[in-house]
Structure formats: C-alpha cells, structure tokens
Design a protein. Structure first.
Length: 493
C-alpha cells in the first residue's frame, strides 16, 4: 500500500475507529470545526456516568515493577525492522485476524465464559509469532529507511500487517486479563505500546494514526484490567509513559517537507532557477499541477475543494495577476517580475503560498491540544470561507486530516490521564481507607485534562467517588468523562 493508497482506502478512518476506549466516550473523529476560546465552568449536565467497581490498591513493590516501557537493560542493540518483516511473513495466510477481532469485540463477561470453554486456543497456537513480535519490540530503534524520493507513491507494505499484529497482541493481553494473569497482560500491553511507537513515530500522519490505533487497543485492555479483582495499581507505570506517545508535529513536518515541498513543488533556493527556460518552467508547472490534483482528489472533506479540472496553462491565466501582485508585494522588482515567464511567476507564487499557509497551520501541532485548539480554530476560520485564490484551494486539499490527527493525539493522552486519576483514587483508598477525606486531596498528583488544561473534578457522593471533566465551551461532548467509583468490600491491600 502506498501513502496515496492509504489515504484513499479509508485506512485513516479505520485507524481512528479502533481507538474506542472502554470507559471514555469516543472523541469526534472528523475534522473539528472552528472553536471559541476555552471558558471553565463548574461541572454541569454530564454525559452518562460509568459505574466502576474497583479494588483499593496501593503501588506495586517496587513502583515500576510492571513497566509499560522496556527498561534499558531489556533492550537489544540494533534495528527492529528485519524482525518485524520476519513476523509479517510468518503470519502470511493465517486466519487468526478474525479471531483476534472477535476477542477484542465481545464483552469481558462473554470473553471469560468462552475462554473457560476453551474457545480461544488460537492464542497459544500462535505463541511463536507473538514471541517474534516481542523480540522486535525490544530493539533499541526501528528505522524503516523510507525512500522519500518516491513521494506520495511511496509504498508502505507493512501498514496493514503491523496493525493486524497489534490486534493479536491486544487479544492475548485481554485473554490474560480474564485468566487473572496480570503480569502477562502488562507484558503484552508493553509490547503493544512499543509496536505502536515503532509504527507511528516514523514520519507520516497516516502511520501516526495507525500507531495510535494500536496503542488504543492495548490501553483499552489496561482499562479493563483495572476493574478486575486483584488488579495491580498502574499509576506509576502510566506516569512513566512519554506523552504525547507519538510525535504529531514531527510527522506533519516530515510529510510536508519530504512529500509535499520536497516532491510536489520546486526548491526555490535552487541557485540554477534563474537559468531555467520558459519551457522548463512550463514543464515544472504542469508536473506540479498534476501532482497537486492527484493529492486533491484524495480528500473526502467537503470543506476541502478539489482542484479545477483544467490545464496548468488555463489555471495560470487565472492566477497570474494574483501571483504577480504577490511577488511584487514581497519585495521583488516589478520590471523583473513582468519580464519573467508566466509559468515562473505562477509556480513561484503557489510554492511560496503553500510554504506560508502550511506552516501557519502546522506550527500549532507542536503544542498540547488545550493550547493549540484556539489557534487551529483561528487558522481554520481563515480557510473555511469560500476564497477564490488557488493557493488556498491547494492548501485545503492537502491538510483536511490534520485537525483529526490532533484530536486522535489528545484522545489517547486523555485516556492515559483518566486512568492515572482512577489509579490515584485506588491508591488513596488503600492508604487511608475507602471513605477517605477528599479535603486532603489524593496521595498522588492528579494530571490535567489534555483537552482543557485544567484538572479533573473529584468529589464524594456518600461511599462513591465521582470523577468528572471540568466543563468547557466547545469541548467535544464525547471527550468528557464521568466515572462513579465504588470499592469492593474488604479490597484494601
């Protein structure tokens, strides 16, 4: 599968759909609409509450006994790529994908019953494959060595197989949870999170989203594990995770610099450009136009217009007055600009505008969601009006999924943060008793909500502990959490 193929085949939508936390509502997966500034309010009409019956549980001894990352001494020198391809080749022709999806799709109660009846022996049958995946995740690095010169035609043959391996890892983790093998489940979750980083931290937005889908699958299992009798407290292993788990800013920057600015548009810093003939500029413009039209056709976002079905020459006649005026406004000599071939003026203008507009959007992806969303909304507000200039159409065609990717990133961060709050409550109950006084706070720090930048609300209702998202204007409704925690009698340990 190529980068273009992944975009057009719906892989992004599938990857996002796999990120469905068990306790947290699904965050909107479509590109967000422009938003107003954040305003804090007291908790008000909340989403339906999720009832959690938990054990009080203090930290493990030592606190990081069940790490979610490999310790340095557990890692293997070298590159993981060859081991992953070996695992992918071993799975060829296997029929376990549907079985793994079945394990991940049924309720925990049904899973427990059916596992007791021996229905999921395929997990043990594929122990060798799972061992190969674990070995691959222990390598210190995973460098895929992409040939970026292929541009949007770059093949990604590992994309679907790696996601399938993630499903198998998550399926075994879930089976181990119902069997009470929490150490084994944590081992699989660690493998899944490392696999997610090896897939998603490699320079493309599509891989970033698929990596998040793998991470979401194993974190869902961790959520379910916390609710099982005797489950260990995972606060400190969760706190050790790097957040954000994957680098969206790096992925966007890499994609734009190599696939768009590196493959689609010319390098305006090339010292030989003044020597180009009019015919060469025309050829470059036609090549650029075809590339951009191909990318534009992949967009399914109604707000992202496709390019006109016309030739570069016809487009140049429309864009030239705008392009000439823009070059002069940027400081170019008017006579020099008027003496340039029309194609050179148009190509130069569109390239400059693509650089400017892409970075105006891209700069916000380096910030946390709660800091970035107002800036992103402001930039979107500049793009959503029906503007006629061609550079706007090109930019909107190339970036329809970036807001979506930022939501995916924040969603995973919130899943981890909410889990830490739950584990802090469990630890407080273990140390102070199940009816502990919230006036003293919790025994461990409460993380902020990655969507709002403010702490979660924790309060008492009789014997129950309530955890809520602080209400903010225009936060996706499904990003909010509302837990009611009760403790199993005599669970303190």
């Amino acid at each position: 599968m190529s980068v273009c193929g992944a975009l057009s085949s719906g892989v992004l939508a599938c990857g996002a759909a796999a990120l469905g936390p068990q306790w947290l509502g699904g965050i909107a997966t479509a590109a967000a609409q422009p938003q107003e500034p954040v305003v804090n309010h007291p908790p008000e009409a909340a989403p339906a509450r999720t009832e959690l019956l938990l054990d009080a549980a203090d930290q493990s001894r030592p606190p990081l006994r069940r790490r979610l990352t490999f310790a340095p001494h557990e890692q293997i020198p070298g590159n993981a790529v060859a081991s992953y391809f070996a695992a992918v080749s071993l799975k060829s022709g296997a029929d376990w994908r549907e079985r793994a999806e079945e394990v991940l799709g049924i309720s925990i109660e049904d899973l427990r019953k059916r596992d007791a009846a021996g229905e999921f022996g395929f997990i043990e049958e594929h122990a060798d494959l799972l061992k190969m995946v674990e070995t691959a995740t222990r390598f210190q690095r995973c460098q895929w060595d992409w040939d970026y010169s292929q541009g949007f035609g770059l093949l990604l043959p590992h994309l679907t197989p790696m996601r399938d391996l993630g499903k198998l890892v998550a399926a075994r983790a879930r089976v181990r949870v119902v069997r009470g093998d929490f150490d084994g489940a944590v081992s699989d979750i660690r493998v899944g999170l490392t696999l997610a980083r090896h897939v998603g931290d490699t320079g493309f937005v599509i891989l970033f989203i698929v990596g998040h889908s793998i991470a979401g699958m194993v974190l869902d299992v961790l959520e379910e594990m916390a609710a099982q009798p005797g489950a260990p407290n995972m606060y400190w292993p969760l706190a050790q995770l790097r957040m954000p788990l994957l680098g969206l800013g790096e992925a966007i920057d890499q994609e734009w610099q190599t696939l768009v600015l590196g493959d689609v548009v010319p390098n305006l810093d090339d010292p030989t450009l003044p020597e180009w003939s009019a015919s060469r500029w025309q050829d470059e413009g036609e090549r650029m136009f075809v590339k951009l039209a191909e990318i534009s056709s992949l967009s399914n976002n109604d707000a992202s217009p496709t390019l006109p079905t016309t030739s570069f020459t016809a487009m140049s006649l429309l864009v030239y007055p705008e392009a000439k005026a823009a070059m002069i406004a940027r400081g170019a000599d008017q006579r020099a600009v008027e003496a340039m071939p029309v194609a050179r003026v148009v190509v130069t203008h569109l390239t400059e505008e693509l650089r400017q507009q892409s970075q105006e959007l891209g700069k916000w992806y380096w910030l946390p969601y709660w800091q970035a969303h107002e800036g992103l909304a402001h930039e979107d507000a500049k793009f959503y009006p029906k503007r006629a200039d061609m550079a706007w159409k090109l930019t909107r065609a190339l970036v329809p999924l970036l807001r979506h990717a930022k939501l995916v990133e924040a969603r995973l961060e919130k899943q981890v943060a909410a889990l830490r709050v739950v584990e802090a409550v469990r630890a407080t109950a273990a140390q102070r008793g199940e009816r502990f006084d919230l006036g003293r706070g919790l025994v461990w720090p409460v993380p902020i909500d990655p969507f709002t930048g403010v702490p979660f609300v924790i309060r008492r209702d009789g014997d129950s502990v309530l955890i809520d998202t602080q209400a903010v204007d225009n936060e996706p409704e499904t990003a909010k959490v509302a837990f009611t925690i009760r403790f199993r009698p005599g669970s303190k340990k």
